[in-house]
Write a new protein. Sequence first.
Length: 255
Amino acid sequence: MGMGEAMVAVDDDINALYFNPAGLAEIDREFSSCYQDGVLDSFYTSFAYSQSTKIGGLGIRFGCLDGGEAAVYEFNGSERSLNAQKDTYLQAGLGRRLRENLKIGGGIKIISSKLAEEYDASGVGIDLGLLVKKNGVNLGLSLQNMGTGLKYEDEKTPLPTTLRIGGAVKGIKEKPIIVALEGKKVFGEKLILSVGGEYWYQDLLALRLGCKTGGTNQDITCGFGLRYKTFQFDYAFVPIKDLDSAHRISLLARF
């Protein structure tokens, strides 16, 4: 988040499961959890685990988006509150190295949604990813959320099928720096361009900065990370134009 989500070509932790499953190919055992507040009282939480296996890097994630409470006014004038929306998903992905400079990956997610504590829907999404490394440059591509839509009663909502393509340069002049650029296209919506950077000081403190432009907003994002031995804490700040700001915190452990 702190790098403007320009992550499709960055393959250094379990977050590859979300952005590009090909990046899981060489990630060993990791566990992560995150919390992000949203607009008003909505929030998002997730838990993820990755493991290196004989066939490649395997990752799983459980996530939940809670839309918060909404007020409902009855015909008799009374008022009650209910949960506006609650979405959960279970995701699994596998990344595998085919050649020295080529990785591929795929994933599947099972999604369940409930609106106003009454209307239920479920669906399945498929992710595919490709990652190429050459001369210190990563090139990444992923196609996400291909599959069935969510059907509430008689109304069907398609999944946001998304194409991500971008590049990243890691270790500029042998310094712990990452610079990344990404284009994100949700089918039926405008193209979003993201650029971001990360710098690690003494392998203890990371500083991150990013920018997203396109769609309806232009956002400047920022964040930092703290690392101690095998543990890492990350924070990201994302302003949401005319609405609110999002704060994301995550904990990661490597074994």
